[in-house]
Ligand binder design. Structure first.
Ligand code: TYM
Length: 330
């Protein structure tokens, strides 16, 4: 299957990004044709310092490889280094009603914060560029966390609409979303009614490269629910249920097994054990990252190779699209 997914270069990658997405990418690359990219163009919808953006794009490539993406198996590249998605995004924007974009949850939330008058056009267009990313590579499966499902729905609609209007061109991509127990939506450590988010305060998220003291402190301070029972009940005990999911996935034990292990123990010993588990499990990633950080040229080469490969796929699809919609091709 052809698989594609992307991640923005801003903020530290947290355990939500890992458990909801990157961990699945690492598995999928074993027996699929995979494209993974750093979505720097999507990051521009928020104000960015050019120097920081450039550095963090490279940093994040290092991080993705440290977390297990394998350049020998996957095509790893930077979104903006391929020009075709922005061209296709324009074309797709001519077959999507504005109302459909205005109904997107992410747009509604972000434009509410800024006010519709000053929210930038990129925020509204965001899912159209995402659809272009997906369709351009003739993607069949898109592994994402729950928060991206609505954007994927739009990509599916656009694929169908385009195919209907201009003839069969794009496969209709399938969302590959893990179950809640498998990490689809890891919640904030400070407000477990909301998802863990890169744009929220540091204490609410746990980075994949954090040092042991910080891991222990953040888990110890994680907001939990009233009561003492360590049971999985997302509706009534979102805080403890979130920590149970994290424990279960990093220890590779089922939630039932973890519940049983801590059946008669209180929250504090459970959190202490989780802190230690995370210190142990995240250490190899930190080490690998430190090692790769000294090999920036190697990472640049990975991105260059990725760019080449992604580009030839993108150019082929774009030629087909231009031909189908009646643009000149000489
Ligand atoms: P981004 O950078 O916000 O997130 C990257 C991936 O991490 C998942 N994720 C989570 N999963 C579980 N729990 C959480 N708390 C959590 N937070 C984030 C996201 O669902 C996502 O899979 N628009 C995209 C980037 C993008 C893209 C694409 C993705 C651009 N083009 C094409 C797929 C296909 C984004 O901003 O992801």
């Amino acid at each position: 299957m052809r698989i594609l997914s992307g991640i923005q270069p801003t903020g530290a990658y947290h355990i939500g990004n890992y458990l909801g997405a990157i961990r699945h990418w690492v598995k999928l690359q074993e027996d699929n044709e995979c494209f993974f990219f750093i979505a720097d163009l999507h990051a521009l919808t928020q104000p960015q310092d050019p120097k920081i953006l450039r550095n963090s794009t490279i940093e994040k490539a290092i991080e993705l490889v440290a977390l297990g993406l394998d350049p020998a198996r996957s095509t790893i590249f930077v979104q903006s280094q391929i020009k075709e998605p922005t061209e296709l995004a324009w074309i797709l924007s001519t077959i999507v009603p504005v109302g459909e974009l205005e109904r997107m949850t992410q747009y509604k939330e972000k434009s509410k914060k800024k006010g519709k008058e000053s929210a930038n056009m990129g925020l509204l267009n965001y899912p159209v560029l995402q659809a272009a990313d997906i369709l351009l590579y003739k993607t069949e499966g898109v592994p994402i966390g729950k928060d991206q499902v609505q954007h994927l729905e739009l990509s599916r609609n656009l694929a169908k609409r385009f195919n209907q209007k201009f003839g069969d061109t794009f496969p209709v991509p399938k969302a590959m979303v893990p179950s809640l127990e498998m990490g689809a939506k890891i919640l904030s450590l400070q407000d477990p009614k909301r998802k863990m988010s890169k744009s929220d305060p540091p204490d609410s998220q746990l980075g994949m490269l954090e040092d042991p003291d910080s891991i222990r402190r953040k888990i110890a301070n994680a907001v939990t629910d009233s009561g003492k029972q360590i049971v999985f009940n997302p509706a009534e005990k979102p805080g403890i249920s979130n920590l149970l999911v994290i424990f279960s996935l990093f220890s590779e034990q089922s939630i039932k097994e973890v519940e049983k292990k801590f059946q008669k123990k209180g929250y504090a010993p459970f959190k202490k054990a989780l802190g230690e588990l995370l210190v142990e499990k995240l250490e190899p990633f930190r080490k690998k990252y430190e090692e790769l950080k000294r090999r920036e040229l190697y990472i640049q080469e990975i991105l260059r190779q990725g760019q080449k490969k992604a580009q030839s796929t993108a150019q082929n699809t774009m030629e087909e699209v231009r031909e189908k919609i009646g643009l000149l091709s000489f």
